[in-house]
Ligand binder design. Structure first.
Ligand code: NAP
Length: 233
């Protein structure tokens, strides 16, 4: 069989009934988040990817790497080439962080090895820090992120076959725009958010609408409804 040039992308999210995704003020029943994690596990991705904003709390929760972060010892510029910090890693947590704002403290989130997707405009100092704490990095472009290029790199360099795209709205919107969302896995929460201007499932302007075919509908615990769709090709 022909080897796919990019991972299969499953967008797995918990939207409200009105498509909003910021749950901080939702009266969510205890256990609903566990249901999200259980469902994510069942989707059997070998990696998950989220936007810089959604990754912030995970970075804050990291324990510092035992490796001391040293300042760059050489003034020679660090080449803008991809860096694999852990060649043995098989499961990955990935962020898209074009200007290098995430202050990584270690190269792992739980059991997953961290890959950050950056652009060539990040500083040498930032690259040196990523290397020191054991974070892998890939370049998504010179100044902006080319989503298709990133996916090809993740497949070729890290052998990622199945990628869970887990928000927020901006990263999801950019994947939809690039037409690389192959499946949707939506655990719809029994909540009407009612706000305007907060992140939605896909946030992109101008947006290009894409059609999906229904695969299954299941009632899950806590009145969640699990909707699965596949991109209509
Ligand atoms: N309900 C759920 O299932 C769920 C799941 C995940 C997240 N969330 C919620 O979603 C909210 C965050 O969503 P959000 O839309 O504001 O942010 P986001 O998608 O998490 O992150 C957006 C940021 O990531 C970077 N980025 C992502 N994709 C990019 C691309 N293709 N090209 C260039 N830069 C890219 C940019 O960083 P820079 O700004 O640095 O350029 C961008 O501003 C949070 O409140 C979180 O709680 C909900």
């Amino acid at each position: 069989m022909k080897r796919a040039s990019r991972p299969w992308v499953v967008c797995h999210m918990v939207p409200s009934l009105d498509g909003r995704i910021v749950p901080t003020k939702w009266p969510v029943r205890e256990g609903a988040y566990a249901e999200y994690e259980r469902t994510a596990k069942a989707l059997k991705g070998d990696a998950w990817i989220i936007g810089r904003i959604s990754m912030e709390p995970y970075v804050k929760g990291q324990e510092a790497s035992k490796t001391k972060v040293a300042a760059p010892t050489s003034r020679a510029p660090i080449p803008r080439t991809d860096h694999v910090a852990d060649p043995k890693a098989r499961r990955f947590a990935i962020a898209i962080d074009p200007s290098g704002k995430l202050a990584w403290r270690a190269g792992r989130i739980d059991d997953d090895h961290v890959i950050t997707v950056i652009t060539e405009r990040v500083s040498d100092r930032y690259l040196a820090t990523l290397r020191a704490v054991g974070v892998s990095y890939v370049f998504g472009g010179e100044d902006t992120i080319d989503v298709k290029r990133v996916l090809r790199t993740l497949r070729a360099r890290f052998d990622i076959e199945r990628l869970l795209l887990e928000g927020g709205g901006k990263i999801n919107g950019s994947f939809l725009e690039a037409d690389v969302v192959d499946e949707l896995s939506l655990l719809v929460a029994p909540i009407v958010d009612g706000s305007t201007g907060t992140p939605a499932l896909f946030d992109r302007a101008p947006a290009k609408a894409r059609a999906f075919e229904l695969v299954s509908v299941k009632k899950r615990a806590h009145d969640l409804v699990w909707l699965r769709y596949r991109r209509a090709r």
